[in-house]
Design a protein around this ligand. Sequence first.
Ligand SMILES: Cc1cc2nc3c(=O)[nH]c(=O)nc-3n(C[C@H](O)[C@H](O)[C@H](O)COP(=O)(O)OP(=O)(O)OC[C@H]3O[C@@H](n4cnc5c(N)ncnc54)[C@H](O)[C@@H]3O)c2cc1C
Length: 251
Amino acid sequence: MIVEYFRPKDIKETLDLIKSPEIKTLIMGGGTSIDRYANEPFAVVDLQDLGLNSIKAKGKTLEIGATVSLQALFEHPDIEPDLKVSIRMERALNLRQVATVAGTLIASGGRSPFSTVMLALDASIALEPGDENIALGDLLLFREEKLETRLVTRISIPLNAQLAYEYIARTPADVPIVCAAVARWPSGRTRVTLGGTGGAPVLAMDGPDGGGEEISAADAYSRAGDEWASSDYRQEMAQLLVKRCLAKLSN
Ligand SMILES: Cc1cc2nc3c(=O)[nH]c(=O)nc-3n(C[C@H](O)[C@H](O)[C@H](O)COP(=O)(O)OP(=O)(O)OC[C@H]3O[C@@H](n4cnc5c(N)ncnc54)[C@H](O)[C@@H]3O)c2cc1C
């Protein structure tokens, strides 16, 4: 239950509020998943007056403010078509208009198309205090530890990487049982990520040039069985999806 609501005007005030020793105080992006704490009293710090809702292209990088909505990113002209697909698969339109990019990455699980794609793009996360930049892969593994009393201000992705995303689900609009994303930079650097199970998507490969993507995908999902699919099935499908991604990238 939300018992106090704050709407600070700057980052310092925000950081002071979330350090409050008196009451559990949560950062609120879009607020669409904040009710998971409904059983205990907590305060929220709404970020909407911090001006973190712009998207800027800087050289070869797209800087996305933490409170940019999924829909605003979806509509941005500079993003790769398959990043758009992953956003469309992440949430229906109503939720995309409210959910923020930072909140979605922080709250997402292993079946998140958007996190799988952002991990392939090696998204960089800016944190305050300290203006520290960490890789999304590190944030996903250590979310609680990295985010305790810290604020995500910005997410940066490359504009010069090609991207392909493929998935298998029960129906075209359902969350994936297996999904794969491949990002490739002009240098040949290639990253392969997989989603569809577990607490976070996984990095299967990050190499200076292509080669071995399908084998790496099969290895990464060698223990990916759950109630939705066996690990044998996921391994096979992961290879197939990566193959499809590579074919897309070579067209
Ligand atoms: C009807 C409905 C259906 C949903 N279905 C699904 C589903 O199928 N699968 C699924 O995974 N989720 C689902 N969700 C959850 C939700 O849509 C997503 O997790 C959402 O994208 C979170 O984004 P948000 O901006 O609303 O985050 P918030 O709810 O505001 O915050 C999410 C978390 O991130 C933290 N946070 C937010 N912004 C920052 C920041 N800048 N810095 C540091 N910490 C921050 C918050 O403290 C909180 O812990 C659903 C929600 C609703 C209401």
